[in-house]
Design a protein around this ligand. Sequence first.
Ligand code: ADE
Length: 223
Amino acid sequence: MQIDILTLFPEIALAPLSESIISRARQAGIVDIRAHNLRDWAKDKHRRTDDYLCGGGQGMLMLPGPLFDAIGELKKEDTKVILMTPQGKAFKQAVAAELSNETHLLIVCGHYEGVDHRVIEELIDLELSIGDYVLTNGAIAAAVVTDAIVRLLPGALGDERSPEEESFSDPNLLEAPAYTKPADFRGLKVPDVLLSGHHAKIAEWKKQKALERTRANRPDLLD
Ligand code: ADE
């Protein structure tokens, strides 16, 4: 899979994708990730990529010119072009799973008040939001989306862990609490059932605890 990230801040997008599991997946050739600086497609001598809003309003908007040129150059026949924006469709595990089947993603990062709407109408296949809050720029969101997709690619996790067993694989249930050694840490005990070796009882306990945790932290998932 190839993922191109188009942003004013390539270092912000790449930093979290240059360590640990994602870095190893890149080295293993499972994914080819590149970040491109939108300013390289700016036209004037100040390398300007933004301007004031038509009709008034606070802040600046990203100009269509550099975005049309950059996307035109980076897009291939099989490319899915995504825009990171708080106005986008909610990014969920199911969306990550769907996108992990694509061959080429071009992730465009918004900045300032967003992008000129003609870019969205003409060039964007999918607008994505990583949550109901506003970040300073979409490069952070692009790194989040890329991480969630890449770890689903075959071989990326590199051990026997399966992405299937965790939270959000059942989109309506969080994971049960988990413990490691020692069994008694400063008087704080690991629940007996987890040390019992009784697989059916452990499975039942996990299901019960997952339900309790979901009810406490994410009751919306149970509605
Ligand atoms: N850019 C700024 N905030 C964002 C968000 N919540 N999701 C995606 N892109 C963003």
